[in-house]
Design a binder for this molecule. Structure first.
Ligand SMILES: [Zn+2]
Ligand SMILES: [Zn+2]
Length: 149
């Protein structure tokens, strides 16, 4: 039997659908939540997008940098990074501050441990899927960013 690859207990790994892009986080995500904005609805084809906020400096691309494409909205907002080969959405990033990033939770291989604890842009929630009464913190617009210490 071949030796199984050594996987660090703390490394959070993930990738895109075709496997061309692979990444790992050196630190756990900071927080996680659902975004109900209309851009996320269009981007994902679903009612909301689950994403984990990370410090972008803890993200290591293991392979596939050449496949990563970024969509930049002309009116601003975060860049949306996805695999140009399979179309899987992976990250969002503040174009002015790459430390401000999110990972799409569906991109993680295993259990990222963190759980969504808030819902943002609920004012724009899809009419066809009522927001569940799950007690998560709700923001009608963006979730305010924690002020830097
Ligand atoms: Zn891919
Ligand atoms: Zn959104």
């Amino acid at each position: 039997m071949p030796d199984s690859p050594v996987v660090s207990d703390t490394a959070l790994t993930g990738g895109c659908l075709c496997g061309g892009v692979r990444f790992e986080l050196t630190e756990p995500p900071l927080t996680a939540g659902y975004c109900h904005c209309t851009r996320c609805q269009r981007r994902t084809g679903t009612a909301a997008s689950a994403q984990a906020r990370i410090d972008g400096r803890t993200l290591r691309l293991l392979r596939g940098e050449e496949l990563l494409k970024a969509w930049r909205h002309p009116e601003g907002g975060h860049e949306k990074l996805f695999c140009g080969e399979c179309g899987a959405h992976l990250f969002s990033r503040d174009p002015e501050d790459h430390a401000q990033m999110s990972v799409r939770m569906g991109a993680f291989d295993g259990d990222p441990i963190i759980r969504p604890s808030w819902r943002s842009f609920v004012a724009y929630a899809a009419p066809w899927e009522p927001i569940p009464d799950d007690g998560l913190q709700r923001f009608s617009e963006a979730k305010p960013r924690p002020q830097p210490a």
